[in-house]
Design a protein around this ligand. Sequence first.
Ligand SMILES: *[C@@H]1O[C@H](CO)[C@@H](O)[C@H](O)[C@H]1NC(C)=O
Ligand SMILES: *[C@@H]1O[C@H](CO)[C@@H](O)[C@H](O)[C@H]1NC(C)=O
Ligand SMILES: *[C@@H]1O[C@H](CO)[C@@H](O)[C@H](O)[C@H]1NC(C)=O
Length: 389
Amino acid sequence: MYQLISCTLLVVFHISITEGNSLKYPHYDPYTLTELQCDQCPPGTFVRDDCTVEKRTECAPCPFNYFNSEWNSYKDCQYCSSVCKELQVAKQECSSTSNRMCECMDGFFLDVEFCSPHKECPPGYGVIQQGTPHSNTICGECTRGMFSNVTSSTAPCQIHTDCRNLGRKILHKGSATHDTVCKEESTTSCDIDVTLCEEALFRFPTPPENWIMTLIQRFSSTSVTSQQINKIQETYSAEEQPFYLFKLYKSQSKADDSFTPLIKDLKECERGVSNLLGPLNLTRKNVMKLMQSLPRKHVKQEDIEKTLKTCENPKLVVKLLNLWRIKNKGNTMEGLKQLKMGKLPKVLRRRMKKLGQYLTGDAMYSLYQKIILEINGNQTQPVKTEALL
Ligand SMILES: *[C@@H]1O[C@H](CO)[C@@H](O)[C@H](O)[C@H]1NC(C)=O
Ligand SMILES: *[C@@H]1O[C@H](CO)[C@@H](O)[C@H](O)[C@H]1NC(C)=O
Ligand SMILES: *[C@@H]1O[C@H](CO)[C@@H](O)[C@H](O)[C@H]1NC(C)=O
C-alpha cells in the first residue's frame, strides 16, 4: 500500500540508536546467508530497509494518518481508525505514534458497543459514583438523615436541613425524598413583645418622679440582672422602658410574687381586648385598609403578608397594631386616637373606637392605681388625668 504514497513523503531517517539498546530483530541476509540481528525502529517509524552486514536498519516515519506505537520491525505503519462514531468524541487525535482514540461524550458511557446515557437516580436515591465514559452511574438509597428530591445522574443525597442549628423548630420532618422544613421564625406564633394592656398600663400620663429608677429598684430584688436592665435602657426610649422592664420582670417572676395579682389582672384585660375585637372575619383587603388608616409610617407589605398567613383573629389585629408600634416607636393609644376613620373598613370602625376607649378607660385606670401603689409602697397617689379617661 505504500507504493501509493509519494516517495518524497518518505524521507529516510537514520535513527541513532543508543549503545545500550538491545531491541533487535532477526533477519536472514540472503547475500551472506547468515542471520543478522537488526536494530528495531522506534515508535512513529517503520523498517524501510533491513540491516545488512554493511549497514544498519533504515527506518522511515509513518505517513499521514498511519501510526506505530512501539519499537518495531514492521514493514509498514497501521492505519488510524477513521472517524469517531455517533455520540463519541476524539479523546486523542491520530499521530505517528498513536491511533485516534474515541470516547463517549459527556453524560454517556460505552455500553457493549454503543454509547448509552448515564442512568439517573430517582428521588430517594443519590449518586454514589458518577458515571464515566466507560461506566454507568451507581445510585444508592438515601440513608437516614439524607434526601434527594431530584432525578439526576450527578446529584448525591443531601443532608436534611438542621432546623435546630438554625435556631428554628421543625415544621415537616424530612424523608428520603424531601428535605426537612423548618418553621419560619415569624410563624412560630403571633407573639408580640408587649401586649396592648401592658403598654396601656405603663403609659403613665404623669409618671411619678424617678419612675424608672423606682421600677428598677423594685425589680432588682428579683432575678432580673443589672445587665438585662442596662440592655433595656440602651435599647428603648424612656417612655418605652417601663413596659419592657415589666415584661422582663414578668418573664422571671415566681408564682408567689407580690405582682401576681397584677399579672392576673393584665390577663383579664387581654381577654377583654380579645372579646372586644370579637369573632371577626377580616378579608385581606380590610386588613390593608386597617394598616392604611393608621397614622405615620406604614408597616412593610411583606410583614403584613406574613402576619396574614400566620395569625388569626383576634390576634391578627393585635399583632398588626404591634407591628405598627414597633415600626413607629409609637404609642398604640395615640395611634388608635389618630386612626383615619374614613379609611377604616366598616367592620372595624366601632371595634377600634371601643378598643381605644377600653385601653384608656376606667378598668385600666384601676389597674394603674394598683401597680403604682404596689411599686411605690403606697406613698404616691396617682393623679387621674384626661389622657386616661
Ligand atoms: C428540593 O429541595 C430543595 C431544598 O429543600 C428545594 O430548594 C428545591 O426546591 C427542591 N426541588 C424540588 C424539585 O422539589
Ligand atoms: C369567613 O369568611 C369565609 C369566606 O369569606 C367564610 O367561609 C367563613 O365561614 C367566614 N367565617 C366566619 C366566622 O364568619
Ligand atoms: C399597699 O397597700 C395595700 C393595701 O392598701 C397592701 O395590701 C400592700 O401590701 C401595700 N404595699 C406595700 C408595698 O406596702
